[in-house]
Design a protein around this ligand. Structure first.
Ligand code: NAD
Length: 287
């Protein structure tokens, strides 16, 4: 550590609560080391009550940048100077870059999801996508997909507190992009079947498949899948969800959220350092 951290070392932080379980320090510190970059990535337990002071402190200390996770992703936007187009629409940010005192917020979760599709050889420009979910991750994906040229986006969410949030996203995307965007209740099974039948890509961004919902799948059964539908489940723990097992049985290409997690980190890394994250090396370290 004394060889690694010197008087010249730059700090990159992660501010969230809780945060001690995060894989981000390993990802970024291994990448810094691999490329010989003089940065160190450290987690700070910060919630909304100390967020404003934290941002002031990080700015005053000329910290190069930081990641932001829950519960700070939305509230931090009010303390920043600029927001990326996706961050403005989502109303949240997960990455801040400090350029000589000017703080710019970006959201790289959607960038990560779209890059994960590309890495899997999935062409999405001009295609139809169904996204189930209207929470934080789903919204970031929906906004980036619409900005990146997905032709038609259909959102489903169950009748909970997230549904109205999905309606807001639809409204904003209709105003600001050419994407054809609609939202329907997940409980409307006939509509769900029809939309999935005519979709190229289905992204599941609900909490289904992860603890404590390991045995829950957002769609009712396997008949909603077909061999030429491409499915991404944003869950990465466990590595294979029940939805993904159904996909294997039906014969459709499917993958988990590890790629999304990796490429959202790689996008932030590039913003802070100007360098490409050595993703193959990081995959060996993390996966
Ligand atoms: P969130 O709490 O903001 O949203 C949860 C979503 O799940 C809502 O749309 C809610 O309606 C839906 N939901 C919850 N229980 C459901 C059920 N029983 N049936 C149908 N829908 C249900 O959470 P989030 O942060 O957006 O996370 C959502 C998913 O995205 C999680 O699975 C998480 O693991 C994943 N995620 C992945 C990454 C990544 O990098 N791969 C990053 C963030 C989140």
């Amino acid at each position: 550590m004394t060889e690694r951290v010197t008087g010249h070392t730059e700090l990159i932080g992660l501010i969230a609560y809780p945060i001690r379980h995060s894989m981000s320090p390993t990802m970024h510190n291994e990448a810094f080391k691999k490329l010989g970059l003089d940065y160190v990535y450290v987690c700070f337990e910060v919630d909304n009550s100390t967020l404003e002071d934290t941002v002031k402190g990080l700015r005053a200390m000329k910290v190069r940048g930081w990641n932001v996770s829950m519960p700070n992703k939305g509230p931090i936007t009010q303390y920043l100077d600029k927001l990326s187009p996706a961050s403005q629409i989502v109303g949240a940010c997960n990455t801040v870059v400090n350029d000589n005192g000017v703080l710019t917020g970006t959201i790289t979760d959607g960038i990560g999801a779209m890059q994960a599709l590309k890495e899997e050889g999935v062409e999405y420009v001009g295609k139809k996508m169904v996204v189930i979910g209207a929470g934080g991750a789903a919204t970031a994906i929906q906004v980036q997909a619409a900005l990146d040229g997905v032709k038609e986006l259909t959102i489903f969410n169950r009748a909970d507190e997230f549904y109205a949030h999905g309606e807001e996203t639809v409204k904003k995307l209709r105003e600001r992009t050419d994407c054809i965007v609609n939202i329907y209740p997940l409980e409307d099974h006939a509509k769900l079947k029809a939309e999935l039948d005519s979709a190229d890509i289905y992204i599941d961004s609900t909490s289904c498949g992860m603890k404590p919902l390991e045995d829950v799948v957002a769609i009712p059964d396997k008949s909603y899948l077909r061999p030429d539908l491409i499915v991404m489940d944003t869950v990465y723990a466990p590595r294979q969800t029940k939805l993904m097992r159904w996909c294997d049985e039906v014969g459709c290409k499917n993958f988990n959220g590890l790629g999304m997690m990796l490429y959202q980190g790689a996008a932030a890394f590039k913003l802070w350092t100007g360098k490409e994250m050595p993703v193959d090396f990081i995959k060996d370290v993390l996966f």
